[in-house]
Design a binder for this molecule. Structure first.
Ligand code: ADP
Ligand code: MG
Length: 699
């Protein structure tokens, strides 16, 4: 096996390959586009296309595709081969600048949320030169943005790129105000997204229709052992999983993705993979690729990777931790407190900009994590609650307090951890402990947004975050540009922002019931429990104004996003309900009947042998099973009836509310009785693998 350093990035058209395959002047202008967002002219595009094709063909590619991220949250591609006939039955491999820059396809099967009339089927993909092209399955994949015939964004990438511009413009204004001679020419958000997932044996997965059709178990009694011993977290990695992780790492490294940390997570069979952070649009591309590769490579190891937010009831679900900071092109992390954060005005200004943004746009952050799957996680003592708050930690909180009250601040001494063993070196202690319960936690020089679901694209949360922070910075810059005395203007701006927004800061236990009470009743923070609740806020005037002002979404694009998210929620739960009904009639009820029949026959045989024989067990079990059977039958009929009575309307809000209040509730009741039946049914009669085998079945 080649050395990692030798194969790293070999499948990405990154700066090394660009330098090798592009003429120096072409490379220089492409680099300017990547670094500063300059637009590209056709001559350059042609030259880039030529170099890219040579690189790809040398690596065995026969096809190219425009790779994009439609609003379904997945990725899409349409493959075309490079061949072009030259007569006499011969072909050459061709790829022009035009093909690189623009693709045209039938967009009518992708969700548009009403953006596109049915007669307007055309959709366009446009090359995003700021993300690297890469090779997958002998295909050159070109990252693109996807838009409608009318130019509206039909994807998650376009708004993310627009939000990067927004934060760049406003952050530069601030930096120029703080230092008119600054050499910073570009500010970008950096993101590292930690990804959680489950692995289950493929042969067991194949026996469960719920996993196949919905990605999660819709039934399943608790196994005798769950995660209570906490013996899986950071535990030894099993050989089958280890082999999978090794191959996954290699494939991702070839693509130039900086995967770094992997470990077992809290639940049995749950794992995590984290890359080193990069510029946000690249991080979003990489995260999509990571998810795709996990699913593909797991199959080669007899495993299935579950990315659902709540594949199993009773054990932790999976999320994504979106680590976010902002940095200049000169390498300064604007959220790095430095040695003396109290005196670091630049840091404090950007810090309070984030605090204000999160408080002003709590609803948007919640919306960015709103899906049917994620609703099972938030607020169940395994993931943050649906209430957004910020954890700052002891040191920053004391600084913020001192500024707010205009009192003297005593810097905390970095203390040493004493382990009581002389041979161990002293460890410097961090000034802030971790808080795993907070949705938005400051972790030293970045914020970690912990609400995102494991299968969600990270584009939405970063688009919202970038734009909301851009808006804080815009207001700050407007105010500071008018100031006569910069020092006192900064001082009062920072103090006032803390006063106005400190309600969003909470350093305690977010899982505590009393916090939800305090947050909603005393502090007036939002508690948007479900996806339909959250989405109702999306089109609030303040949100439309925010996105239109920073040119991230138009009102129409926002409407379409709301429609798609709610329709997705409705469809997801409806499919789950249908699968439940199907499993109950075809598998669960027949299994219980069969078991009950065998028990009755045994009892009957015993009595025939000798009327004096004890048949207490058979009689009680037959009765219990009979009762459960009738209850299941009643519940499944009820669910069928509720599904049948779904309002006949196109109003997605009405439909989503019906699904939440009626269908989901009835599904819960049905599941409860089925799980009770599973608990007392002999394993050989049960039609599919139980939680015990799914969660502990791996070698
Ligand atoms: P923790 O274990 O506290 O979650 P890590 O240092 O392991 O923190 O980092 C978690 C993720 O955060 C990684 O993907 C890492 O690359 C990313 N990260 C680290 N620094 C930054 C930063 N300045 N901006 C964005 N992401 C960062
Ligand atoms: Mg983390």
């Amino acid at each position: 096996m080649a050395l990692l350093t030798e194969y790293f990035g070999t499948m990405a058209f990154d700066e090394t390959s660009m330098k090798e395959y592009l003429p120096a002047d072409i490379y220089a202008s492409l680099k300017k586009t990547i670094d500063e967002g300059r637009s590209i002219d056709m001559d350059i595009a042609n030259a880039v296309a030529k170099g890219m094709k040579e690189w790809a063909v040398a690596k065995g590619c026969t096809h190219f595709t425009h790779w994009f991220q439609p609003l379904s949250g997945m990725t899409a591609e349409k493959h075309e081969s490079f061949i072009s006939p030259v007569g006499e039955g011969r072909v050459i491999m061709e790829f022009s600048g035009k093909e690189l820059v623009r693709g045209e396809s039938d967009a009518s099967s992708f969700p548009s949320g009403g953006l596109r009339a049915t007669f307007e089927a055309r959709g366009y993909t446009a090359w995003d030169p700021t993300s690297y092209a890469f090779i997958k399955d002998r295909t050159l994949c070109i990252p693109t943005a996807f838009c409608s015939y009318g130019g509206e964004a039909l994807d998650k990438k376009t708004p993310l790129l627009r939000s990067m511009d927004a934060i760049n413009i406003q952050a530069l204004r601030i930096l120029k105000l703080l230092d008119p001679n600054t050499d910073v020419s570009c500010v970008r958000a950096s993101v590292g997204a930690e990804q959680e997932y489950f692995l289950v044996p493929k042969e067991m997965y194949d026996k469960r229709r719920d996993l196949i059709f919905t990605g999660r178990t819709l039934f399943g009694a608790n196994p005798p052992k769950g995660q209570e011993l906490e013996d899986h977290y950071y535990g030894t990695i099993k050989p089958q999983v280890d082999a999978f992780m090794k191959e996954l790492d290699e494939e991702l490294w070839k693509l130039g993705i900086l995967v770094k940390t992997e470990h077992n997570e809290a639940a049995p069979s749950q794992h995590e993979l984290a890359p080193i952070y990069t510029q946000v649009n690249i991080a979003a591309d990489n995260n999509q690729l990571m998810m795709e590769m996990m699913q593909k490579i797991s199959k080669r190891h007899g495993l299935v990777c579950l990315l659902h937010e709540k594949p199993f009831k009773g054990v932790n679900g999976s999320g994504k931790h979106n680590n976010w900071s902002i940095a200049t092109n000169t390498g300064v992390n604007l959220l790095s407190p430095g040695k003396t954060p109290y005196d670091n005005v630049q840091f404090l200004l950007f810090l309070v900009a984030v605090i204000k943004a999160v408080d002003d746009y709590q609803d948007l952050l919640r919306i960015s994590a709103a899906t049917a799957g994620n609703d099972h996680r938030l607020g169940s003592n395994e993931a943050p609650p649906a209430v957004i708050s910020i954890f700052l930690g002891d040191e920053l909180s004391s600084i913020i307090d001192a500024i707010e009250t205009n009192t003297h601040y005593d810097p905390m001494e970095k203390s040493q951890l004493r382990l009581g063993v002389d041979a161990l070196p002293p460890l410097p202690k961090d000034n802030t402990d971790r808080n795993r319960t907070s949705p938005f936690a400051f972790t030293g020089n970045k914020f970690e947004f912990r609400m995102v679901g494991s299968s969600n694209s990270i584009s939405d949360c970063n688009t919202f975050l970038n734009t909301a922070v851009a808006e804080s910075l815009r207001q700050f810059a407007d105010e500071l540009e008018k100031a006569d005395d910069m020092t006192s203007a900064l001082d009062s701006l920072i103090r006032r922002t803390i006063r106005e927004h400190k309600r969003i800061i909470f350093n305690g236990n977010n899982y505590d019931e009393s916090w939800i009470k305090e947050a909603t009743e005393k502090r007036g923070l939002l508690n948007l429990r479900t996806t339909p609740d959250a989405l109702e806020c999306f089109l609030d005037e303040k949100n439309v104004r925010l996105f239109e002002q920073h040119r991230v979404y138009t009102r129409t694009e926002m409407k379409s996003r709301k429609t798609i998210t709610l329709a997705n929620y409705t469809k997801t739960i409806k499919i789950e309900a249908n699968v439940m009904v199907d499993m109950v009639y075809k598998e669960i009820l027949p299994a219980i009947t069969e078991y009950a029949k065998d028990i009755c026959q045994t009892g009957k045989a015993k009595k025939e042998l000798s009327p004096a024989m004890n048949t207490e067990y058979e009689e009680t079990m037959a009765e219990r099973l009979g009762n459960l059977e009738s209850r299941i039958y009643r519940e499944v009929k009820r669910l069928e009836q509720i599904l049948g009575e779904t309002p006949k309307t196109d109003d997605v809000s009405v439909l989503a509310a019906y699904i939440r209040d009626k269908v989901a509730v009835s599904m819960k009741d049905l599941r409860e009785v089925c799980d009770e039946a599973e608990f007392i049914t002999a394993e050989k009669y049960w039609p599919y693998p139980t939680y015990a085998s799914l969660l502990f079945g791996l070698q």
